[in-house]
Ligand binder design. Structure first.
Ligand code: GLU
Length: 476
């Protein structure tokens, strides 16, 4: 039975890198009919917060990849918990004792100052600093300030990485690393091994920044007589300039993307395609389809470049494909958030505005200034009413003419305003642009906006006439 895990440290928002790692673990586990576990790695007491734990859990659940087992926003699921490292201190202590007993770990009393001195000495003589003190073979009791070190044997360790292939380490280049700073303060490389064993994890899929931890974890795992684990290290997410993705390249947390108006379905496709593909250009998978198609063999070995345009285009497609009720639900949330009073509109106006906008936007966050004119009479400079080679007089004449045409279309046929008006313009001496440009600006106050017909539908006949009047005034 395959078991994977995502093991976030709650020291900040849910980073897109962590979300992608979670997704790959989810997809692999599900593809294999296995279980996907979520463990909270909060051993770093100073940096871990409940707030970021909640943000991480909520973000993963929003993406649809909350835990099968482990920590969720609703509490813990499963029999192999607790799944929060801060609740497992007693367990860790037990295994520290095992390692001391077997001679694989020893309390090291060397002070920090002494270590610094030795490091400087090594630097000065251009030697790598590999700390393996003579007292590694002795036995010391814990005393205030001592750290527990793992006694590293000399050998070549290797593992077959499921993504990168064979990876080897010469452990003679490694010093005796610290696995605990006191009985109640075990460190990452140690606790991870205990947790992965006790939570029966079979596959450890994580970012390639963890490769250097792997030999340490393999050594501890073996010293404790635990089962061998499979590893797969995923390529880093790179910015377009091929540097490591960071805040200066824009939003990096799932919450940021959510707040900008990206949809979870789009995020899931985008994240899945950051380092994996099926061998074609498809970018509209459901989560279930990804589960079926996913394989570690098709995860690329080297860096995956973050392409914001691609994310935007995927998101735009998902927005267009939403059922109208969903468009209205999410669109209303964003409009309200952006300060619009939805009570000023009827339900049908709201639906029309949002559905017009959803054909234009890439993210819901863009629904804002662009739709302001639906809610209130627009302020604008009369000059923009005048199209290309027209004069102000011609623009005014065109508006007066179209006002009369609109006035003559009775309320009952107003819903067919587009076809009616086009027909009338075609039969007249006016060119389409000569009429539609000033009309559109009169209605929206903008040089770029939805078509005048769409706006007229939403505003209704009276408001349409009032706005044309206002425009005529501006040109008088
Ligand atoms: N807690 C680690 C992190 O957030 C992950 C550890 C692991 O996957 O082994 O980077």
């Amino acid at each position: 039975m395959i078991r994977t895990r995502i093991a976030p440290s709650p020291t900040g928002k849910l980073h897109i890198g962590t979300a992608r790692t979670a997704l790959f673990n989810y997809l692999y586990a599900k593809n294999q009919g296995g279980t996907y576990v979520l463990r909270i790695e909060d051993t770093d007491k100073n940096r871990s917060t409940k707030e970021s734990e909640h943000d991480i859990l909520a973000g993963l659940e929003w993406l649809g990849i909350g835990a099968d087992e482990g920590v969720t926003t609703e509490g813990e699921l499963g029999d192999l918990g607790p799944y929060r490292q801060s609740d497992r201190t007693g367990t860790y202590r037990q295994y520290l004792e095992v390692l001391i007993e077997s001679g694989d770990a020893y309390w090291c009393p060397t002070s920090g100052e002494e270590l610094d001195r030795l490091k400087k000495e090594a630097d000065a003589s251009k030697q790598p600093f590999i700390y393996r003190p003579e007292h590694r073979d002795g036995r010391y009791e814990y005393q205030e300030g001592s750290v527990l070190r793992f006694k590293v044997p000399d050998e070549v360790i290797w593992f077959e990485d499921k993504i990168k292939g064979k990876i080897e380490f010469d452990t003679s280049l490694m010093g005796d690393f610290v696995i605990a700073k006191g009985w109640d303060n075990p460190l990452y490389n140690f606790v991870v091994v205990i947790d992965d064993e006790l939570m029966q994890i079979t596959h450890i899929i994580r970012g390639e920044d963890h490769i250097s931890n792997t030999p340490k974890q393999i050594l501890i795992n073996r010293a404790l007589g635990f089962k061998r684990k499979n590893f797969g290290h995923m390529p880093l997410i790179l910015a377009p300039d091929k540097s490591k993705m960071s805040k200066r390249h824009g939003a990096t947390s799932v919450e940021d993307y959510r707040a900008l108006g990206y949809l979870p379905e789009a995020m899931v496709n985008f994240l899945a395609l950051l380092g994996w593909n099926e061998g074609n250009d498809r970018e509209d998978y459901t989560l279930e389809e990804l589960v079926q198609k996913f394989s570690l063999k098709r995860v690329q070995k080297s860096g995956a470049v973050f392409n914001k345009e691609k994310l935007d285009s995927i998101n735009a497609k998902y927005i267009r494909a939403l059922p109208i009720a969903e468009k209205v639900r999410i669109g209303s949330e964003f409009l309200t958030h952006n300060g619009f009073d939805l009570d000023k509109l009827s339900q049908s106006q709201l639906e029309q505005i949002i559905s017009i906008e959803c054909d234009r936007i890439k993210t819901f966050g863009e629904i804002g200034d662009d739709v302001k004119f639906f809610f209130e009479t627009p302020e604008y400079d009369g000059e923009i009413l005048v199209w290309k080679n027209m004069t102000a007089e011609e623009a005014k004449a065109s508006l007066e003419w179209v006002k009369e045409q609109v006035y003559n279309i009775d309320e009952d046929s107003y819903t067919e305003i587009e076809s009616r008006l086009k027909e009338i313009i075609n039969e007249s001496d006016w060119g389409m642009g000569q009429v539609l440009w000033p009309l559109r600006v009169a209605l929206s106050g903008q040089e770029r906006s939805p078509s005048p017909f769409e706006i007229m539908q939403v505003l209704g006949k009276d408001e349409t006439l009032a706005r044309i009047d206002q425009a005529i005034q501006k040109l008088s």
